[in-house]
Design a protein around this ligand. Sequence first.
Ligand SMILES: [Ca+2]
Ligand SMILES: [Ca+2]
Ligand SMILES: [Ca+2]
Length: 245
Amino acid sequence: MKKIAFLITALFFIFLVGSAQAQTLPFGDTAKYWPGWGNGTNDDNKDTIGTPNFTGGSADVVNRQLNNLTFNRTAQTSYWGILSPGDLFIDLGANGNWDYVVDLASWSTAGTGNPDPAPGAYSLYAINLALNNPTGYITSGADKTGGWTGYIIRDGHPVGVNLAGQNPLGTVNFSGWGTSATTSYAFDFSGLGLGDSGEFAFSWMPNCANDVVYEKLSYPVPEPTSLSLLGLGLFGLAALKKKRR
Ligand SMILES: [Ca+2]
Ligand SMILES: [Ca+2]
Ligand SMILES: [Ca+2]
């Protein structure tokens, strides 16, 4: 009987350790713009229009929770002080509908005068916004126009969402826009559940949409078969225990 109790405890322990395993999921920068958001100009053929160039990064997922997103970029020597980060978007299930936004952008019209968000805590909002919604976003603007007088950008691409008046779910720590040659941007989402779909999409870009990061990642979810097998095993052990009594 002690042996059985030990076995049950051991099985549970193995299951818990296995399911809590942290995974670092690398990603590249494979997209030029969001699906459906090409603007019909030469912009569509370019990954970057000027600088910076985001090259990818990694996501830390622990037990179906997104804990951290880090973005890398190549060396940057100019344009800081002119460009500013847009909002971060997350799509659970990667089904073309944004579910969360981290509100980094305090502005509603993109341009060289947009202030940089300092390192620190920024609000996380739950949203329900289709990726192809034509009017749901703050967009980058247009070449040499308005806030971009004298500058070439990726025209008319979403860079943020206006969340005025909505209640945030909590905060996310942003590591800062930075000025060093190679910088990572870490977003610490302690406790952002990704659900059971096994896939999510995310996006981030500067206010000029110069380089749009839009990637999909797969993460491990417990397989129903192994879970039910574990349940059957435990049931069997319990039955055996009862019989021995
Ligand atoms: Ca890039
Ligand atoms: Ca352009
Ligand atoms: Ca890109």
